[in-house]
Design a binder for this molecule. Structure first.
Ligand SMILES: *[C@@H]1O[C@H](CO)[C@@H](O)[C@H](O)[C@H]1NC(C)=O
Length: 232
């Protein structure tokens, strides 16, 4: 049933015009593979943000109060598997499997937050979240096993990469982001946030359905908080 719905979604997405990838105006040429506006955000709602800084190999954004619908923590050895599990649950939710039997528009990105676990089997904990469209943010329909997550204004240092997210490339991309942030003012802020509460290491943001093969955009996010005054 869920698979069938996914298939319908892919059909729907493939019927929509393919839009070209455009560099966001005002960003330097893409030597650093940063600055591509995800093409899916031309067709479906994505959270808006302010671009705070463009660095070498990364950029920094500020998201204002953003609302997400999140799964419980999923324990798995594979980010790809955990994301699939979480995404199916969220996809059923937007198809009407919620308290008000309300349908909700598809959005992007779907984000997977990665937290290491102390377990013996190299498992990690993953939380998969769906960006709630503005229309539904005031009153997202409740659903079993899903939680509303409200972000206060949050900063994200990120690195973009294309193709499919795999269990091997996420680690490499996250390491590359970590190293390009090394010595920057953002690094300390990221460490500080990791020092508080359950330490999420990074978040993977995916903008495409599994059935799209071209123009795929993914991002590794590292979140942090900052006083607005400290902006560069
Ligand atoms: C975020 O909030 C600030 C302060 O209210 C505002 O200036 C900015 O335009 C907002 N950005 C977006 C993307 O909504």
């Amino acid at each position: 049933m869920a698979i069938f719905s996914l298939f319908k979604l892919s059909l729907l997405l493939s019927l929509l015009p393919n839009l070209n990838i455009g560099l966001r105006p005002g960003t330097p040429k893409a030597k650093s593979s940063v600055g591509i506006y995800p093409p899916s955000c031309n067709r479906i709602e994505c959270p808006s943000f302010d671009l705070v800084h463009v660095g070498d190999g990364y950029e920094v954004r500020r998201y204002n109060s953003t609302v997400w619908m999140s799964t419980s923590r999923i324990q798995d050895i594979s980010l790809v598997e955990a994301t699939r599990t979480g995404f199916l649950q969220l996809f059923e939710y937007i198809q009407g499997k919620n308290k008000y039997a309300e349908k909700i528009e598809m959005t992007a990105p779907v984000i997977t937050e990665v937290t290491p676990s102390d377990g013996p089997f190299c498992e990690s904990l993953f939380t998969v979240s769906f960006y709630v469209p503005k229309k539904n943010q005031a009153n997202p329909p409740p659903a079993k096993d899903l939680h509303v997550l409200k972000w206060k204004p949050t900063y994200v240092a990120l690195r973009q990469f294309s193709g499919f997210v795999t269990d091997s490339n996420v680690g490499e991309e996250a390491a590359a982001l970590q190293s390009s942030l090394s010595g920057s003012v953002w690094e300390g802020a990221i460490q500080k946030r990791r020092g508080q509460g359950p330490t999420s290491v990074y978040t993977v943001a995916q903008y495409n359905s599994p059935f799209e093969f071209d123009n795929r955009v993914n991002e590794i996010w590292m979140l942090f908080d900052m006083e607005d005054k400290l902006e560069t």
